[in-house]
Design a protein around this ligand. Structure first.
Ligand code: MN
Ligand code: MN
Length: 458
C-alpha cells in the first residue's frame, strides 16, 4: 500500500515493550476506579479524593481565581468540575474543556418499592437509561444509593460488592416453560414492570400478631436495624441496582477489560487523570464529569444545567473579561464512548466507518440519527486542528460512526457544549456490548484516550 492511502493503526501491533507496560499499568488504576465508582455519587466522591490529594481546593462562587489555582466544584455530589487555571489570558486562549459523564444505565427502585408476593419480598423498579431489559435478569445485582431519612440524615447504601455480601436478583423463566415468551419479539421478553428485585424469603416468625409474620415485615426489621430506616424513607431515596460484577481482564492475553459502566467511566478516568497528571502551567483546563447523560443531560446535575456557563463566567470575571469572550476561544473534547465493530454483529456496522478495538481513541465527527439529526457536527477545521495535535504527539486515533446509516443512532453531551459557541468534537473509547451489564473495552484504547487528553491540554 502506498503512503498516500489511509489505514488504521493497531496499537498492540506497533507497541514496544515499554508501551505495553504503560498500557497495562494504566489499566490497573482504571479498574480500581470503575469498581469503586459504580454510580455517579461514588465516582464523584472518588475523584474528589484524588483531586484533593493533588492539591485541588473547593471553589465557591464569588471567589477570585488566579493563575496556578487548582479548584473543584462538587455539584450535589453527582457532578464534578475540575479547574486548573493557567498563566495564558483566558480571553485570548479560552479554556480547554474535556467533558465526560459518570452516570450509567441501571435499575432504580421506585419511591414506593416494597411488596410481598407468594412468600417473596420484592421491590418495584424503574430502569434508568437505554437498557435491553432481558440482559438484566438472572445476574447478581448490587444495591447502591442514598436514603434521606425523615430527620434529614443521609444514609449511604452499598451492598453486594464484597464477596461476603448478599446480592439481589431479577428472575427469568426456565427454558422448559418459556415457549410463549420465546415466541415474542426479542425486546419484549421482559417488560418494564417485570424487572422486580428479589429482596428476601424468610418471614418474621417472632411477631406476636399473625398479620406481621411476613417476609416484608422481616425485611423492614432488617432495614431498620441496619440503616435505622422505615418504609416511608424510600419516598426520599435514590437506590440503584447495578451488576455486582468486578472489572476483569478479558481473554488469555489480557488485552481487553470487561466491566459494568465503561460508558462512560472509561473516558472519565483518562479525562481526570490527564488533568491531575498535567504539569503544564500555561493552559486553563476544565474537566467536567457530568450526570444524567443517559437520560438527556437534563436537570441540575446534567450538562444542560446553567452551572457550566456560570463557572466559565466566574473564571472570566476573575480576569476582568466576560464569559462570552472566553467561550468563543474555548475548545472542547466531548469524551464519550462509541460502538466498537463487533465481528459477531457485522450487519449493523459499515466497516469503513466503524471504530475497531485496539485501534486507538475514536473521533466521531457527528452523532445523531437518520440524516445526522440532533448532532453536533464538528467542523472540518476543528477536526483538523485536533488531528494535528494528536499526530504531533503520537496519539493513535481512528474515526467512526455509531453503526450503519439509518440503523439507529445516539447522542452525547457534545451538542449542549457546542450550542454555547464552543468548538466541540466527540472522542471516545470503542465499546462492545454498550449499555449491557458487562461491557468490553481495550486497554490500548483506554491508554490512547489518556494520551489524547494529555496532548489536548498541553
Ligand atoms: Mn455515554
Ligand atoms: Mn450511554
Amino acid at each position: 500500500m502506498s503512503e498516500l492511502s489511509y489505514k488504521r493503526t493497531n496499537v498492540y501491533e506497533k507497541a514496544d515493550e515499554q508501551t505495553m507496560q504503560a498500557i497495562f499499568e494504566y489499566a490497573k488504576g482504571y479498574c480500581k476506579f470503575i469498581d469503586a465508582g459504580k454510580t455517579e455519587r461514588e465516582a464523584c466522591a472518588y475523584v474528589v479524593e484524588a483531586a484533593k490529594a493533588k492539591g485541588y481546593k473547593p471553589f465557591e462562587f464569588g471567589q477570585k481565581l488566579k493563575a496556578g489555582d487548582k479548584v473543584y466544584y462538587n455539584n450535589r455530589g453527582k457532578n464534578l468540575y475540575l479547574i486548573k487555571v493557567g498563566t495564558e489570558a483566558v480571553a485570548k486562549e479560552g479554556i480547554r474543556i474535556i467533558a465526560s459523564h459518570i452516570d450509567s444505565p441501571r435499575i432504580d427502585l421506585k419511591q414506593v418499592p416494597l411488596y410481598e408476593a407468594d412468600g417473596i419480598a420484592l421491590a418495584k423498579t424503574h430502569y434508568y437509561g437505554g437498557i435491553r431489559k432481558f440482559q438484566w435478569a438472572a445476574i447478581p445485582l448490587a444495591m447502591h444509593g442514598a436514603v434521606v431519612k425523615k430527620n434529614g440524615e443521609v444514609v449511604q447504601i452499598n451492598v453486594g460488592e464484597e464477596d461476603t455480601d448478599p446480592v439481589f436478583y431479577i428472575s427469568d423463566l426456565l427454558p422448559h416453560l418459556a415457549a410463549k415468551q420465546n415466541a415474542k419479539p426479542h425486546g419484549e421478553g421482559l417488560g418494564g414492570e417485570d424487572l422486580n428485585i428479589w429482596l428476601g424469603n424468610i418471614p418474621y416468625t417472632a411477631a406476636t400478631e399473625e398479620k406481621d409474620r411476613t417476609v416484608k415485615e422481616n425485611l423492614l426489621r432488617i432495614l431498620h436495624e441496619k440503616y435505622g430506616m422505615e418504609e416511608s424513607d424510600f419516598l426520599s431515596a435514590e437506590i440503584s441496582l447495578v451488576p455486582a460484577f468486578k472489572a476483569r481482564d478479558l481473554g488469555f492475553d489480557r488485552g481487553l477489560i470487561a466491566a459494568y459502566g465503561h460508558d462512560d467511566r472509561v473516558c472519565s478516568y483518562p479525562a481526570y487523570t490527564a488533568l491531575l497528571d498535567s504539569t503544564d502551567d500555561k493552559r486553563t483546563v476544565m474537566v467536567v464529569l457530568a450526570d444524567k447523560e443517559e437520560i438527556g443531560s437534563e436537570g441540575t446535575t446534567g450538562m444542560q444545567c446553567a452551572l457550566f456557563a456560570d463557572l466559565i463566567d466566574a473564571i472570566a470575571s476573575s480576569f476582568g473579561t466576560c464569559g462570552a469572550m472566553v467561550r468563543a476561544k474555548s475548545k472542547c473534547l466531548s469524551a464519550d464512548v462509541t460502538a466498537a465493530y463487533d465481528p459477531n454483529f457485522k450487519e449493523v456496522a459499515e466497516p469503513l466507518n466503524s471504530t475497531y478495538l485496539s485501534c486507538g481513541a475514536g473521533i466521531t465527527k457527528f452523532t445523531g440519527a437518520r440524516g445526522k439529526s440532533s448532532s453536533n457536527d464538528a467542523s472540518a477545521e476543528f477536526v483538523g486542528e485536533i488531528r494535528k495535535i494528536f499526530e504531533e504527539n503520537g496519539v493513535v486515533w481512528q474515526t467512526g460512526e455509531l453503526g450503519k446509516v439509518d440503523m439507529g443512532g445516539g447522542g452525547t453531551v457534545a451538542k449542549y457544549i457546542a450550542n454555547m459557541n464552543i468548538d466541540t468534537v466527540d472522542i471516545g473509547v470503542p465499546v462492545i456490548s454498550m449499555h449491557s451489564p458487562y461491557e468490553v473495552v481495550s486497554k490500548a484504547d483506554l491508554y490512547q484516550e489518556y494520551l489524547a487528553f494529555k496532548a489536548f491540554i498541553r
